[in-house]
Design a protein around this ligand. Sequence first.
Ligand code: ADP
Length: 354
Amino acid sequence: MSAHAGGSKVRVFIRTRPTANFAQDLIEYLPDRQTVSIHQEKDSRKGVIDNQLSSWSFHLDGVLHDVSQEEVYASVGREIVLGALEGYNGTVMCFGQTGAGKTYTLTGATESYKQRGIIPRALQEVFKEVEQRSTHTFRVHLSYLEIYNDSLVDLLVTVGGCSGAGPGGMAVVEEAGGRVSIRGLSLHPVHNEEEALSLLFEGEMNRIIGAHALNKHSSRSHCIFTVEIESRSRNLSDANFVTSKLNLVDLAGSERLGKTETEGQVLKEAMYINKSLSFLEQAILAVADRRRDHIPFRQSKLTHALKDSLGGKCNTVLVANIYGEAAHIEETLSTLRFASRMKHVQMDPIVNKH
Ligand code: ADP
């Protein structure tokens, strides 16, 4: 059994956005590179929080502070990508407040090759491996789904004349034989890294254009970029294709509403986001508890769409992105709490498929 096929947990990492005003008196990274402590100054806050505790420690699988995009991919992405090439579903999710670096971590900065994120690096690795693995034949397809206020939007609908869910959000999550598919979501065959990157770019553009048209901030939606990999052994003439999904998920900003934002579009968006993130947590924790019959996947479009890649035999990584400035310390605490709740999740051990 290969190392990446043996994972039985959601692995959780912290990544900090570098900032000129990093709150080093409030946020302490321990040398073990797995622990973050938050020191809350009681005097600076009105009222008493959490039984007057002023420090919290969070022990996670890794703390990515002051590290390059390449190191982030090596710690977070590579194992899951290699697992997907061997037939295991995998999910990488970025979670945290708006501005904390989720999109930077996943997609990266388009203006610089060095700053490309997990998705372009994953695509590069997939096609490098596909070329090198002479014992198998592979077929690779991509889709890009946006979930906004619980409706589904196809971010690649304009590509290659494919019909999809479109901005009206008409796609529907369906299940057959334990597999989840999204009716109306276009699925695009890709043959090399260049084709794949151009679809990613197209999807990113559509995300920005769609946000502009609806007058919404793009960070108010969840986005799932899916690489579907089918592989078949060349040595066995009757071998079936093994299919796996690699989901790269940019979750909507988790920040709480300001006191003034109590009506209209912002409130509606916030309610959908809170609900879907809380169902995501419930679903992941239910998988951990092995409450197989009662996992609430269908309670939101996000968990339903991710159902076959969260439950059971799959590799899952959560990256909790934090914005390490004093003004954001409460959101940072709330992100770290979510991260540490996820850290205790146990998934089914995975057996080798090939
Ligand atoms: P989010 O997706 O969480 O809303 P972004 O990824 O858009 O946040 O990041 C906000 C800004 O901070 C962007 O300009 C991004 O380029 C920058 N940024 C975030 N994380 C990093 C990082 N690790 N290194 C350099 N710039 C970063």
